[in-house]
Design a binder for this molecule. Structure first.
Ligand SMILES: Cc1cc2nc3c(=O)[nH]c(=O)nc-3n(C[C@H](O)[C@H](O)[C@H](O)COP(=O)(O)OP(=O)(O)OC[C@H]3O[C@@H](n4cnc5c(N)ncnc54)[C@H](O)[C@@H]3O)c2cc1C
Length: 335
């Protein structure tokens, strides 16, 4: 949130991922009801993949699956532009509309600060673009899903240009100013080339610099997490065509970093993944045993924490503020 917002109507209010939202209505309207699962939302399959092209992988966050899929969608004419995220100032991301397939690689890697990508989608839609893809965090994907239901029919003429949403798994995002403060004194700003959040058992954030990796304990990082992330129920970007996160493989985190896990959710998502397989754009490896169950557990834990945080904030187990206490998935966490 950039400023204290007291709107109670209008487009921002209708689309905001933290204003009243009927998740079940969105699930039923936008996905095949037979694909709906309580743990992971719409689900057609889980895969472990990476970009076949080594140079795409080396400039990406993990296996480069997102970059490879978006690049392929532009090359094949499935999209005429894609809304991605670049830094505008140091550590401060912005949404950018990229139409040149080679430009997709420049916008790769995760920026752990929230980025105004829905605004960038609106800008692209107002321009001449007709088939727009968006790479989105779960909250951004939820906002786009709310727009798809056209709650403001007279003003919702751009959303049909949304052709693909590639969602990112997300535990939380950081406040820009707090992140800059956190890093000050730990590393020379210009030496930082990336960062990551390893699986929860490591309890740290890794900051990659030209002089090596710095590890920051999670307890130092957590105060910089945006408050709105506490109230997020969605770890896997459920309102996407495909969702992509880091992989879990038996060889450990160093090997896992080079791969992604991908959830396919919609027909458009399945078609793009199948195309990437047939064209050799992605490499696939077998899904390690137990991965689906672990992912489901992690996703359900996020929902449980979200419901507990909302009940604490509202002071009543009958009031989940922006979410419906009767929701078939979330209601199971209300005591
Ligand atoms: C704030 C945040 C938190 C995350 N938390 C987790 C997590 O807890 N667990 C997990 O498994 N994965 C998490 N991810 C996803 C993970 O970091 C990778 O993005 C994902 O594994 C895809 O890897 P890749 O190699 O395919 O990405 P790449 O090929 O490098 O592509 C990354 C894409 O993400 C876009 N992007 C970068 N930053 C943002 C942003 N702030 N908002 C929207 N789009 C962005 C880039 O433009 C690019 O298109 C998180 C990502 C973000 C941005």
């Amino acid at each position: 949130m950039l400023h204290a917002c007291d709107l109670e109507e209008g487009r921002c209010y209708a689309y905001c991922p933290r204003t009243p939202t009927d998740l079940e209505q969105l699930r039923q309207a936008l996905y095949d009801p037979k694909d709906l699962t309580p743990e992971l939302g719409p689900f057609k399959g889980l895969y472990v993949t990476r970009a076949a092209d080594e140079s795409t992988r080396s400039s990406a966050q993990h296996g480069g699956t997102v970059t490879a899929l978006v690049k392929l969608a532009l090359e094949e004419g499935l999209l005429d532009t894609a809304v991605l995220t670049e830094e505008s100032e140091r550590f401060l991301p912005q949404g950018v509309s990229v139409s040149d397939p080679l430009g997709v690689v420049r916008a790769s890697k995760s920026k752990f600060v929230t980025s105004p990508n829905v605004a960038a989608f609106n800008e692209a839609a107002k321009g001449g673009f007709e088939k727009i893809g968006v790479v989105a965090t779960p909250c951004q994907a939820l906002a786009l899903a709310k727009m798809r239901l056209k709650p403001e029919p007279a003003k919702d003429n751009h959303i049909d240009k949304l052709s693909l949403v590639v969602g990112l798994f997300c535990g939380w995002a950081l406040s820009w100013r707090d992140l800059a403060r956190l890093l000050k004194g730990k590393a020379d700003e210009d030496s930082i080339v990336g960062m990551d959040i390893p699986p929860s058992k490591y309890e740290c954030m890794e900051v990659y610099t030209t002089n090596g990796t710095i590890t920051i304990p999670l307890e130092e990082v957590l105060p910089s997490v945006k408050e709105g992330c506490q109230y997020c129920f969605d770890m896997t970007a459920e309102f996407s065509d495909l969702s992509v996160g880091s992989a879990r493989v038996p060889e450990g985190w160093d090997a896992a970093k080079g791969w992604n896990q991908v959830i396919v959710r919609s027909r458009a998502g399945q078609e793009l993944l199948d195309l990437a397989r047939s064209k050799g754009v992605l490499e696939f490896r077998d899904l390690p045993e137990g991965n689906l169950e672990k992912l489901k557990t992690a996703s359900m834990n996020k929902k449980k924490f979200c419901v507990a945080a909302l009940v604490k904030k509202s002071g009543s187990s009958e009031n989940l503020l922006y979410l419906d206490p009767q929701d078939p998935v979330l209601s199971r966490f209300i005591n």
